[in-house]
Design a protein around this ligand. Structure first.
Ligand SMILES: [Zn+2]
Length: 148
């Protein structure tokens, strides 16, 4: 687990990402890493093993998302503004966190990867989605969820 987490963090930082899920590096495990402030060494990355959403806020917000698995494509996605999530940390200790804004969005985006859902599946504007995908040389078929 430790070497998987180290490898995932390396991959995420070297690609200038703020989150990565194990399935993105072809590992079928319920593990995500998140660091929405990669330049701030004082705030370490979050490692979430077996993350579960306990609660989501009624308030929703729209934000632009991208994904290391679909480079160059950025689309608006509506998600809950805040969540409560439980998980095990890299030391196997159970944790619970209430997070909001970008951190909540990032965790939800990465957790979607664990069930094969891509952010394009949640894109609010399908016309903009098709245009953005085509511009980067992808077809909708390429990025559709393989499993739900
Ligand atoms: Zn992604």
């Amino acid at each position: 687990m430790r070497s998987l987490v180290r490898e995932m963090l390396q991959t995420m930082y070297s690609a200038d990402g703020i989150g990565l899920a194990a399935p993105q590096v072809a590992v079928n495990k319920q593990v995500i890493v998140v660091d929405v402030e990669p330049d701030q060494t004082a705030t370490p990355p979050l490692v979430l093993i077996n993350p579960k959403i306990i609660r989501t806020s009624k308030e929703l917000c729209t934000g632009e998302e991208g994904c290391l698995s679909i480079p160059g494509v950025y689309l608006d996605v509506i998600r809950p503004a805040a969540i409560e999530v439980s998980f095990k940390d890299e030391n196997g200790r159970p944790q619970k966190r209430q997070v909001s804004d970008l951190l909540a969005r990032c965790i939800l985006h990465e957790m979607d990867h664990l069930t094969g859902v891509m952010f394009v599946d949640r894109a609010t504007n399908k016309i903009a989605m098709n245009q953005a995908l085509q511009k980067e040389g992808f077809s909708v078929k390429d990025v559709q969820a393989v499993a739900r």
